[in-house]
Design a binder for this molecule. Structure first.
Ligand SMILES: C[S@@+](CC[C@H](N)C(=O)[O-])C[C@H]1O[C@@H](n2cnc3c(N)ncnc32)[C@H](O)[C@@H]1O
Length: 151
């Protein structure tokens, strides 16, 4: 996989489903960092009618520590998308193997996760806007990363 999307303790099953479907269609891996705010088991996702599960390259990680150990051993950069970042995502040079990390819908990511990222990127918004929906930000991020990686 030349690109992966990681979700930090996602809260809303519909958003994770949308991201899984996009990732399956675009050939991107998805990493879910647990605990999630809902049952993320294959059975539960299937019961919720989540299609595209067969094609989705979904990896579940027990917690942040397990995920970070795996990510470092794979030699992948951690690229955090955050409303608190300053660098616009379109200025960043994405590389093969990058993991694009998105925070939970209710609370983003804790400080220690923010600090351990190799890069922190912003999707610029108009003044006073709070945040984009996570699935939309993942789609915009994946679009730019793939434009660079698969020209
Ligand atoms: C609904 S937002 C989380 C809002 C949360 N209250 C916060 O303060 O981070 C879910 C995730 O989408 C991503 N996101 C949303 N809008 C973004 C933006 N403008 N730039 C970068 N990432 C964004 C971030 O990864 C964020 O953690």
């Amino acid at each position: 996989m030349d690109l992966r999307i990681a979700l930090y303790q996602p809260d809303i099953p519909g958003n994770t489903g949308t991201i899984l479907r996009m990732a399956a269609c675009l050939g991107i891996g998805v990493d879910v960092i647990e605990p999630a705010g809902f049952d993320i088991s294959d059975r539960a996702l299937r019961r919720a009618g989540m299609d595209y599960l067969e094609q989705a390259a979904l990896t579940r990680h027990l917690d942040w520590t397990h995920f970070d150990r795996w990510r470092k051993s794979a030699g992948s950069r951690l690229v955090l998308f955050s409303t608190k970042a300053a660098e616009p995502y379109t200025s960043f040079s994405f590389g093969p193997g990058d993991v694009l990390l998105f925070g939970r819908e209710s609370a983003g990511v804790p400080d220690h996760v923010h600090e351990s990222a190799d890069a922190r990127l912003l999707i610029p918004m108009v003044e006073n806007a709070r945040s984009l929906n996570i699935a939309l930000s993942a789609a915009m991020a994946a679009g730019e990363a793939l434009r660079q990686l698969r020209p």
